[in-house]
Design a protein around this ligand. Structure first.
Ligand code: FAD
Length: 406
């Protein structure tokens, strides 16, 4: 075993880990800290950062979810072409029950100065003429500053800036052991795995044990391991109630429907869709999906039973859709559907930032910024994310149940 020493080790190089690495290097006075970013697969083939829908919106129930998204969207809007940001808005269609949920949060949206237009079903059809079946729509909202972006471009931006500023990238590193030392440092042991084994490891299958083992030590650890954060947390003795849940996305064609001048649309049924290159992308959260590290896309069956009927119900032009492909990725779901961030062990300086369910891409800039402040300054400065600390799960009153989760 070889041994290297770092001041900060971040495990997980998805959007969240990469953003934290970037923001740590942005805090100028602390530039000489030695940071390592570890992942068993920098390509991120099975990471949520690679498999998401690219939606970005500010419309959330809780202030902290609004603020983290808002800061990321403002950053995307500062250079839209760099991040493939199409700021064409978010149209959200509500049935009776959904409209009540929305109405109960209108005051919060106003307090946060969100630009949200309320539309009647008639206005929906006037502004979005392809939505011609509106009988079961009670109301709708349109937020013009939201939209779709390319999460991969954002991740590459974070990574390239972090690397240039001296962050050490360690690929094919699967962290298996974390030891707490007498001097309050941490010893981390990782297996140097092969590309071929990544799928098996991330699917939770039994793996050979004869990989080369590498030891590194650090003064501070950040767990940014997404849906696997719960497993990593176990290695330092922190039990988390987060579940990996499969989410599927279909890609299809519809010659009669050109959505290229629109942003994201969320139907009353929960299906969300938008133009994706020359195709259409749609996702849907199958109710009662069991938890597990399941990456299987159900193909035609998923498209024909979950996506097509809901779109055909909403738009007469969606009668003839041609299914092309699709994929499945994982949400890491917490008991209240809000993410987790904060310091979980002050003695050993262990921090966590993960489980942002369906909003980790659109919150990644804000999360990275806040985590860098917490780590380097000892407290949040720009956005107070204290409410996302996992100790909230000890008291139901502190849960941040996020009703606008899809
Ligand atoms: C189908 C789908 C659609 C989505 N749509 C949207 C959307 O429209 N908008 C939005 O904002 N969000 C969306 N999301 C959510 C968003 O993609 C995630 O919240 C975000 O990407 C999480 O980033 P992350 O860095 O926390 O985790 P990940 O990107 O999953 O990265 C975690 C990394 O940790 C590594 N890792 C795990 N364990 C170890 C270990 N022991 N050692 C070393 N490395 C390890 C993994 O290899 C992985 O690369 C969607 C997600 C899915 C699945």
């Amino acid at each position: 075993m070889t041994s290297q020493k770092f001041d900060i080790v971040i495990v997980g190089a998805g959007l969240i880990g990469s953003s934290i690495a970037y923001h740590l290097t942005q805090k100028k006075s602390k530039k000489n800290i030695k940071i390592a970013l570890l992942d068993l697969d920098f390509e991120g083939t099975y990471s949520a950062s690679e498999l998401n829908a690219g939606g970005a919106r500010m419309e959330w129930c809780h202030d902290i979810n609004i603020e983290l998204s808002k800061s990321t969207i403002e950053f995307l809007a500062s250079n839209p072409s760099l991040f493939g940001f199409r700021q064409k808005g978010y149209l959200w269609l509500y049935d009776k029950k959904g409209w009540q949920t929305y109405q109960s949060h209108v005051v919060d949206f106003k307090c946060q100065h969100l630009e949200i237009e309320e539309l009647s079903p008639k206005e929906v059809s006037r502004r979005f003429p392809f939505i011609d079946r509106t009988e079961d729509i009670e109301g709708a909202t349109f937020s013009p500053k939201d939209g779709i972006f390319n999460p991969n471009l954002l991740k590459q931006f974070f990574r390239s800036q972090a690397k240039e500023a001296g962050v050490v990238f360690i690929d094919r590193a699967f962290v298996k052991e974390i030891m707490k030392k007498g001097d309050h440092s941490l010893e981390i042991v990782y297996d140097q795995v092969t590309k071929e084994d990544v799928f098996h490891i991330l699917s939770g299958k039994e793996m050979p044990t004869d990989y080369p083992k590498i030891k590194i030590s650090t003064q501070l650890l950040v767990n940014a391991a997404g849906s696997w954060a719960v497993k990593l947390a176990k290695l330092y003795g922190h039990a988390l109630d987060c579940k990996p849940i499969r989410r599927q996305i279909s890609i299809f064609d519809c010659h009669e429907l050109n959505l290229s001048s629109y942003g994201m649309i969320v139907d009353t049924s929960g299906v969300y869709f938008h133009a994706e290159a020359d195709h259409i992308l749609a996702g849907y959260a199958t109710p009662h999906e069991s938890s597990g590290y399941n990456f299987k896309y159900d193909g035609d069956l998923f498209f024909e039973t979950e996506i097509w009927p809901r779109l055909a119900h909403r738009m007469s032009k969606a009668q003839a859709l041609k299914h092309r492909t699709g994929w499945a990725g994982l949400y890491s779901v917490t008991p209240d559907l809000s993410g987790i961030m904060g310091c979980v062990d002050k003695t050993y300086s262990i921090y966590e930032a993960h489980s942002f369910t369906g909003r980790g891409a659109m919150q990644s800039y804000g999360v990275g910024l806040s985590m860098a402040e917490l780590i380097l300054d000892g407290h949040y400065q720009t956005i107070n994310a204290t409410s996302l600390h996992p100790n909230r799960f000890q008291d139901k009153e502190k849960f941040l149940y996020e009703g606008l989760h899809i």
